[in-house]
Design a protein around this ligand. Structure first.
Ligand SMILES: [Zn+2]
Length: 226
């Protein structure tokens, strides 16, 4: 369906609201309630035209900026949704330190910088994720068995049938709102294991603006490799 000159892939499903997503390749897709007519869908998408153009502009900008990271002075690294620069120093430091909005690393540790950055993100995320889980588990009425921060393949988070919830350490690169979304998404899987409309309704009840977070992950996921 073409809306305002943009080709939008429309998927109808048993849902109540319209969600628009920018895919990894920059194409636009919309999930819409199946009961809507093509005319109605067009009207709703047209009304969201500004949001679509804004998201597309962000996608283009960020994808131009995907860089291979090197562990040199001035290189920027994401932390809680913002970029901060790395400074190599002579001082003896324990791993990567984040002081006054700057990442500090001892020059002699440069060869193992990647490993030390992973440790930094793991430690920070472990501390941040616990209170967020506490906050939402009551709202959702779930009781996760165990929470872990680890390296996961191509996923932000995962959960097992036994109720263990795992988060990728890269979640520490995401803004706090996105982190909240990732937690709610994963905890909602303890109620619905799939991505059915019942699942999305559960997420929607707690975070009505979750589409913004989904889009952030799609747009920024590409810039997150260390
Ligand atoms: Zn999921």
């Amino acid at each position: 369906m073409i809306v305002s000159g943009i080709d939008i892939v429309v998927q109808k499903s048993k849902r109540k609201t319209v969600s628009i997503f920018i895919e990894r390749d920059g194409s636009v897709s919309a999930r819409v309630p199946e009961k809507l007519s093509d005319e109605e869908i067009k009207e709703i998408l047209k009304a969201k035209e500004y949001q679509i153009f804004k998201n597309l502009a962000e996608w283009t900008q960020l994808n131009e900026n995907v860089v291979e990271r090197e562990y040199v002075n001035g290189q920027s690294f994401l932390y809680l949704g913002r970029n901060y620069r790395l400074k190599l120093v002579e001082d003896k430091l324990k791993g990567v330190q984040f002081i006054r909005n700057t990442f500090l690393l001892n020059k002699a540790d440069k060869h193992k910088a990647k490993e030390l950055f992973v440790k930094f993100y793991k430690d920070k995320l472990s501390n941040k994720i616990q209170p967020i889980v506490e906050r939402y588990k009551g709202q959702l009425g779930v009781e996760p068995n165990d929470i872990k921060v680890m390296e996961l393949q191509n996923r932000w988070a995962s959960c097992t049938p036994r109720g263990n919830v795992n988060f990728h350490w890269k979640c520490a690169m995401a803004p706090i709102d996105v982190l909240h979304y990732i937690v709610v998404h994963e905890l909602a899987h303890l109620i619905h294991i799939n991505h059915s409309s019942a699942f999305w309704n559960e997420v929607d009840k707690i975070l009505p603006n979750y589409e913004d977070q989904v889009n952030w992950l799609k747009i920024n996921g590409v810039g997150m490799d260390l």
